[in-house]
Design a protein around this ligand. Structure first.
Ligand code: ADP
Ligand code: MG
Length: 424
């Protein structure tokens, strides 16, 4: 059968690569894809949010299954639109995707379903929000309600900083309508991890744990980014935490949504903070993480296409499982100089073939394109050099050996990806 993956980042490259290995799949398409995805799939020049064009492409080309990578088309209702045309698609509906599309919606569901999360208030009035900050004992975390491309959360250290943040979001409209409402919540301490699962709305298949690195520079310094690297498994998610996230977070979540008439189907991602062996939910995402997916899918044994198909068909995954290689995996992101601020594009990249030849290494592309037969940069996060090894130390060594072979003008990457796992 033919499968279409929607999106253009490193996450989508790894999804295409994995799905392409399935014995059920003859051909993988990716819309719009990128310079590296073109090696593992047929790239189709349609953007991820152009739902009408995607539907007509899928119909014309007899594509049996579409898998949606990023959140924006899900929040826009791509799944509802595909399903109303009778097309099979893997992902949550618009109503379910509100879990990521509105942080206020997510916090309310957590409250109703007794899911552990930071104490919070929701405000659409600047004066009231500002009073809440002034009255609070501790500095608060300020979150724009809607999608803000990972920039809408300010972990304030002082009241002044929090007040500045609500001015930017609510008065200056730094994120447009996404900031019409804000969530103000208690700042939690602990270690973060990503817990991702697949659900059909009743049953849940957990994926392996992972952890990403959000800050631009080593030792978690510098500005927040889309993610500078990741590894799997995350040792902080031991079997006890795993059990608690399943029982106290994911099952109550899908039950709480069901009460509202929402059947959640697709990947569900819980960003959790673990403190004194207790998980709290920071946020939900309604898709796989980027760059967590790159090391995750490298560790996935066998085929995930039957699970995706079953969910897209509205069936049950009760008797299905996913198996994981014991070998840990890490992904090092190589970024353009200046990212997450302004950066230049169009830099030729060298060393890709040499890096990819190292045993256990796959270089996933995020911001690249093909120009005059050469791969050049086209985004802030450019590549995700991913490696697995017999232990985390070995995976780190291989990933950095491969990373050191790749260069382009202005490139940079963190040197400490996986260090936390190593220290544990
Ligand atoms: N309540 C909180 N306490 C401490 N840190 C937080 C809290 N909420 C969010 N953060 C930090 O801010 C980051 C981004 O917040 P998150 O809710 O994941 O939003 P988004 O991914 O949409 O930007 C988190 O990964 C975490 O590091
Ligand atoms: Mg997050």
């Amino acid at each position: 059968m033919k499968v279409l993956v929607i999106g253009s980042g490193g996450r989508e490259h790894s999804i295409c690569w994995k799905i392409g290995q399935s014995s059920l799949v003859d051909q993988v398409f990716c819309a719009p894809g990128n310079g590296g995805i073109a090696q593992d799939a047929v790239c189709v020049d349609i953007t991820a949010t152009d739902i009408a064009s995607l539907i007509s492409y899928v119909k014309k080309n007899n594509i049996s299954l579409s898998v949606v990578g990023p959140e924006a088309p899900l929040v826009d209702g791509i799944v509802d639109a595909f399903e109303s045309e009778g097309l099979k698609v893997f992902g949550p509906t618009k109503a379910a995707a509100a879990l990521e599309g509105s942080k206020a919606f997510a916090k309310n569901i957590m409250k109703e379903s007794l899911i552990p999360t930071a104490a919070f208030g929701i405000f659409n009035d600047h004066k009231k929000a500002s009073q809440f900050i002034k009255d609070s004992q501790n500095p608060v975390v300020v979150k724009a309600d809607g999608l803000a491309a990972g920039k809408g959360v300010i972990v304030a250290s002082t009241k002044e900083e929090a007040l500045c943040a609500i001015d930017d979001i609510m008065l200056k409209k730094a994120f447009g309508d996404a900031g019409a409402k804000v969530v103000l919540e208690k700042r939690l301490a602990g270690e973060e991890a990503s817990f991702i699962a697949i659900t059909d709305g009743s049953h849940i298949i957990p994926m392996a744990s992972s952890q990403d690195h959000k800050r631009a520079f080593d030792n978690d310094e510098g500005p927040n980014t889309g993610g500078m690297g990741a590894y799997s498994p995350a040792p902080v998610v031991d079997s006890q935490i795993h059990g608690r996230v399943m029982d106290e977070v994911l099952y109550p979540l899908i039950a709480g949504l069901k009460k509202k008439g929402i059947i959640y189907k697709g990947f569900i991602y819980a960003g959790i903070m673990i403190d004194e062996k207790k998980p709290s939910v920071l946020e939900f995402n309604v898709r796989l993480g980027d760059p967590e997916t790159q090391p995750l899918l490298m560790r996935l044994k066998g085929d995930m296409v039957p699970v995706l198909m079953e969910v897209a068909n509205g069936g049950s995954i009760k008797t299905m499982t996913l198996e994981w290689h014991d070998d840990p995996s890490i992904c090092v992101v190589i970024a353009s100089g200046g990212y997450p601020g302004n950066y230049e594009k169009g830099k030729p990249i060298s060393g890709l073939d040499e890096a990819g030849k190292i045993d256990g290494v796959k270089v996933f592309h995020a911001g690249t394109k093909k120009q005059d037969g050469k791969i050049v940069t086209s985004g802030g996060r450019v590549l995700g050099v991913t490696a697995c090894g017999i232990d985390i130390e070995n995976a780190i060594k291989k990933a950095y050996e491969a990373t050191s072979k790749i260069s382009f003008d202005g490139s940079f990457y963190r040197k400490d990806i996986g260090k936390k796992a190593l220290e544990r």
